[in-house]
Design a protein around this ligand. Structure first.
Ligand SMILES: NC(=O)c1ccc[n+]([C@@H]2O[C@H](COP(=O)([O-])OP(=O)(O)OC[C@H]3O[C@@H](n4cnc5c(N)ncnc54)[C@H](OP(=O)(O)O)[C@@H]3O)[C@@H](O)[C@H]2O)c1
Length: 223
């Protein structure tokens, strides 16, 4: 398969690319910083230099042509205010959807986040840092925009708090709310690699935490 990863120098993405490459897939990695292209090449990906805050869907489309799946793993993180979260986490994800649709690519994996129910319908959760509320709102807006696109075979992955602990290869993956806890980025990457090859999970929103079920088994059970 050809897989396009947007945000390819992110911590999760850099764990995902080697898994995909090891699985025999071709990976195109979209980054915005020219200093990151050498790392992508070392990971086995073909780098593409694009900033999703300024690039349009038309800019992305040529790189998505011929892909079997796209993965949106970018995020503004703690950098910048509410507008940057919307520009990256929401509008970047939408630009990728537009590019995928124009290129006829159906399979789309969106890395989202847990806790979005707390901001549904404009709600403001008590005691939550305003910057984090902005982040949740941007993620929810991305999910809602993508779910309204019947031309996509979308799987939304909502991991818990990401850690840099070693992966265990075992997870809790569910269509139901799991509560709040950690999950190693390595296990998020392993789940994404399995989801790329599990089109039966299209239309699903999956929560992910560290757990006991081997990744392949957890994905297969939902596919
Ligand atoms: N942290 C958590 O606990 C948590 C929990 C649940 C979900 N998530 C989500 O999981 C995903 C992956 O997390 P992670 O830890 O791998 O994130 P990360 O290491 O911060 O990676 C995010 C990547 O997005 C890229 N990016 C930012 N703005 C961009 C732009 N305008 N154009 C292109 N690329 C851009 C960044 O590039 P630069 O290096 O150039 O900035 C960075 O490489 C993110 O969507 C995050 O929101 C995080």
């Amino acid at each position: 398969m050809k897989v396009v990863v947007v945000g390819a120098h992110g911590k999760v993405a850099r764990l995902l690319t080697p898994l995909l490459v090891a699985g025999g897939h071709d990976v195109v990695g979209v980054v915005r910083n020219p200093d990151h292209t050498a790392d992508l090449e070392a990971d086995g990906a073909a780098p593409v230099l694009l900033d999703v805050e300024s690039a349009s869907a038309a800019d992305l489309q040529p790189h998505v042509e011929g892909a079997d799946a796209v993965v949106f793993a970018a995020g503004a993180g703690g950098k910048g205010g509410p507008q940057r979260k919307l520009d990256v986490d929401r509008d970047g994800a939408i630009s990728l959807a537009d590019a995928a649709a124009a290129a006829g690519v159906r399979r789309y994996l969106l890395v989202s986040a847990m806790g979005l129910e707390s901001v549904v319908d404009g709600a403001t959760p008590d005691g939550v840092d305003p910057g984090f509320v902005d982040y949740l709102r941007a993620k929810l807006a991305a999910e809602d925009a993508l779910r309204s696109r019947p031309e996509l075979d979308l799987t939304v992955l909502r991991p818990g708090r990401l850690s840099d602990e070693p992966g265990t290869g075992r997870v809790a993956l569910s269509r139901s709310t799991l509560g709040h806890d950690d999950v190693p980025r390595a296990d998020v990457a392993a789940v994404l690699a399995a989801l790329v090859q599990a089109p039966g999970t299209a239309g699903q929103t999956l929560e992910l935490l560290a757990g006991d079920v081997p990744v392949e088994e957890a994905v297969a059970a939902l596919a």
